[in-house]
Write a protein that binds this ligand. Structure first.
Ligand SMILES: O=C(O)C(=O)C[C@]1(C(=O)O)C=C[C@@H](O)C=C1
Length: 506
């Protein structure tokens, strides 16, 4: 059972009224808060939209900058590019933070933070871009001022046109403000800048130099051509007529034995090189033609031996009759049973010691020629021209023989020039000592080089319509000539010298 007092009932009513009022107040306050939140969200969304738009403008601006060639970019471009990339990434992040729901205040807070960050970087990026642009403009201006002040006679007007710059804009430092820099094409008249002048001058000098080089090359070519012609002219005079009597040349005009000098003897050796080189070139016209050297192939009645031996033997016999071997420079390959000269005797100046006549090393010359040398310069094969081949071989052999036996004259001159030097070694029959005394290495080197060069000059194809007749091909390999002289000619010449000296005091 409940007892209700009238005073208590009034108290309850006023309490309920108070609670109701409080609740109403709270509801009103909450509503205000909610309205504020909605406003805040709208503001944030607008802010985000602004940022997004600015970023897009920046993107377009950057692309425009890339396409403008007239503005020279410095290395800061790279920096700018990287900033641009970071802006792009920020932009995509920002987009993802646009919230569809106002109930997520925490997310709004994050977005706000992110926006602030982006704004900072954006402002920084814009600052850099602006600085770049200003610097570029300053550079352009300075250049224009400088060019205008130039009063050089070579000065000319050039057009500097900056076109299609609609989107080339400069931003002021205040965020988001855009100023049009150039909207139409701009024409600037200017003098030639110093760098341009320098470049042109350089080009001019280079062209002049090229021209001069061409002239010099042509002159050189011409000189080379003339030289070749002279060489050929010299070569084309019959070699045998020039050195058929080498001693006579070496003796010069006086004809006296005392007129023989080491220089004149060496001169004669040099001329004989021509005969040897030509002889080899002539022989190289034929292939090896091995039947020429076969006794069984020849089968000549009354003669035992090869066709080459037969031709040499018979030719020498005829030449002996014609007086060839009365000349102390000539040495037969087949001295046995040589017929006597039938021609009036020539008065050959007596230069050599009489014992010189006993020296004949033609056997060795014959052997190295057929066994070693021939295969080095004659092509393999057989064309059937055996008689001509044998005759050609004999020309080579006789030229080599003459040259090698000329060592007698060389030794005589050397002995005459300094007998005291040679006498002890001669008396002691010291071959090695004599060989040492005779040897002049520098001269040998020069000889090897010269004969190789002669093989190049004499052995090249000469045509009228090409300037370089050689084409790198020679009738006889120049190295064969060097080798011939190094391995056989000079050593055998020295051998002759030694043999001669050993008999010199007899
Ligand atoms: O010129 C000389 O002094 C020579 O003796 C001739 C020759 C030669 O055969 O060419 C021989 C030996 C020397 O070492 C140098 C050259």
């Amino acid at each position: 059972m409940f007892l209700i007092y009238p005073g208590q009932c009034r108290k309850d009513t006023s309490f309920n009224l108070g609670v109701g009022c409080s609740l109403l107040y709270l509801i009103a306050a909450s509503k205000t808060e909610l309205t504020k939140m909605v406003e805040l969200r709208t503001e944030m969304e607008m802010l985000l939209q602004n940022v997004k738009e600015d970023l897009q403008r920046k993107d377009a601006l950057h692309k425009q900058f890339e396409s403008i060639d007239t503005l020279a970019y410095s290395t800061t471009d790279v920096q700018e590019g990287s900033n641009f990339n970071s802006w792009l990434s920020l932009q995509s992040q920002t987009t993802s933070y646009v919230l569809p729901d106002s109930g997520t205040i925490t997310v709004h807070d994050q977005s706000l933070k992110c926006d602030t960050l982006q704004q900072d970087e954006y402002v920084e990026g814009m600052g850099e871009l602006e600085a770049e642009l200003e610097a570029e403009l300053e550079r352009l201006q300075t250049r224009l001022d400088r060019d205008n002040s130039l009063k050089h006679p070579l000065q000319e007007r050039i057009k500097v046109t900056v076109e299609d710059t609609d989107s080339v804009r400069s931003r002021s430092s205040s965020f988001g403000e855009v100023i049009d820099l150039q909207n139409a094409s701009t024409e600037v008249h200017s003098g030639v800048p110093p760098t341009e002048l320098q470049r042109r001058l350089h080009e001019l000098l280079e062209a002049k130099q090229q021209e001069r080089i061409k002239e010099l090359e042509a002159a050189l070519e011409c000189a080379m051509h003339k030289l070749r012609e002279k060489e050929i002219e010299l070569v084309c005079s019959p070699p045998n007529s020039r050195d058929s009597n080498c001693m006579a040349e070496a003796l010069s005009d006086s004809g006296s034995a005392n007129a023989l000098t080491l220089d004149s003897v060496r001169e004669s050796l040099i001329r004989q090189e021509d005969t040897i080189v030509f002889g080899l070139i002539e022989r190289a016209r034929f292939p090896i033609n091995s039947p020429t050297y076969s006794a069984s192939y020849a089968n000549i009645p009354g003669f035992t031996g090869s066709l080459a031996q037969f031709v040499a033997h018979e030719t020498e016999a005829l030449q002996a009759k014609a007086g060839r071997f009365t000349n102390p420079e000539e040495h037969p390959f087949f001295p046995k049973d040589l017929p006597a000269s039938v021609v009036p005797s020539q008065n050959h100046t007596e230069v050599l010691h009489p014992s010189a006549a006993s020296i004949n090393i033609n056997m060795q010359i014959w052997d190295f020629y057929f066994d070693k040398l021939l295969a080095l310069f004659a092509a393999p094969g057989d064309d059937g021209n055996y008689a001509a081949t044998a005759a050609s071989d004999l020309v080579c052999l006789q030229a080599l023989s003459r040259r090698i036996h000329y060592g007698k004259f060389v030794a005589e001159v050397k002995f005459k020039e300094s007998p005291k030097e040679y006498e002890p070694a001669i008396r002691a029959k010291d071959r090695d000592a004599l060989m040492k005394l005779l040897t002049v290495e520098s001269v040998e080197e020069a000889v090897k080089k010269r004969v190789a060069k002669k093989a190049m000059v004499f052995g090249q194809e000469v045509t009228l319509n090409t300037t370089d007749g050689s084409n790198g091909k020679y009738k006889v390999d120049p190295s064969v000539l060097s080798r011939l002289y190094e391995e056989w000619v000079m050593p055998l010449t020295k051998l002759v010298q030694v043999e001669y000296l050993l008999r010199r005091l007899d």
